[in-house]
Design a protein around this ligand. Sequence first.
Ligand code: ADP
Length: 422
Amino acid sequence: MRLDRTSRRALLLAAAGLVAGVVVGWATGNALIGVSIVALSQFVALLSSIRHRTDPIMATPRQTTDPRHDRLMTRSRRIASQLRDLRSAAGSLPDAVVLMDQAQHVRWFNHAAEDLLGLRRPTDRGRILSECLQTTDLAKWLIDGGREPLNDVTAPGHANRHISATLLPFGSRQRLLLVRDISHMTRLEQIRRDFVANVSHELRTPLTVIHGYLELLDPEDVPELAPVLGEMRVQSRRMGQIVEDLLTLSRLETQDRIADERVTIEPLLATLRREAEALSQGRHRITLTHTAATDLLGSSKDLHSAFSNLVSNAVRYTPTGGRIDIRFEPHAAGVIFSVADSGYGIPATHLARLTERFYRVSSSRSRDSGGTGLGLSIVKHVLNLHHARLQIESEPGKGSTFSAIFGAERLLVPGGEESLAS
Ligand code: ADP
């Protein structure tokens, strides 16, 4: 039988203790001292054996004649130490991190997860995460699969903090939940929104007064100032429109849901066509195609505002003699409202930014045609509130098509009350 190094060391210690006990007992003539030394040495030998076997690092022989073994031991010690460092770094990350298996059983979480998500150690280890989080938005999102990142919901551990969350695949069959505290950004965003809304509101009254006085002044009384007066009227109207659009945007931004009323499409399309013709003044050929026999569920006022922005853009950015087609048609997702024009078109590099406030492809063209630079931002917000999607296709020199695609849950049978999706 071959004994390992630890057992040999323990055996040697026990044997030495036995010999020492017998010698001391015989030399002193005191059997009790001899027996005590023997017992003590056996105990120490036992302890040393246990200590070396239970501690993997200690169990490793420090000196060995095999250099490969030594290198291996050095590497494993280094990896163990790096793992400890990694764990401690993840533990003190400011973002909440939760490691789960595929069935969402919690395997590990850091300190921020205790704080932000209200997880408790050790009770929540091994539990299904969505059950630990109870009926919060985060739990609902996890139950739904967490495919898209979640933005701006209340933190389960703190009613007054806001979080964003992302679920990532980790290792072969694990998942990592990353949750970030975005309260600071949400607060700044709220301050920005309040500021814009307050400034717009404060500007409204003085602008109305200026506009009123300008209307009272008759250019015929002061012919030499007639061009100046004309320009002042145009600019004060423009400022008034910017303020109104900013107030509309502020209202839409603070809303998280929209009125659920019947939007009757037939009269809405007729109004849009009339508006297009009035704006065009006969400079364009305007057509209307209505093939989807459905009404919409949402806000009549906001949908009219969004659709009429698209129609007005088509007229303003299409030179005289161009074509404008307004369509309301069935679509694979539900229904599609689109406005196609044969106008200037938009280079592809601008498309992604068109719905940003005050973003213009050509500032002078927008200004000359009476634009505020806020129309498409309003369109985007209104469509988001209706869970609809804005699609923009354009080719410079050929024209553009702006489409709003509504899901089946927004469709209503004309004249009835029920949703087509139900
Ligand atoms: P504006 O009041 O300047 O028209 P919008 O937000 O409505 O602001 O549109 C943003 C920009 O998108 C416009 O300045 C214009 O450059 C471009 N744009 C919008 N609609 C069209 C269109 N139908 N054809 C060409 N360019 C367009």
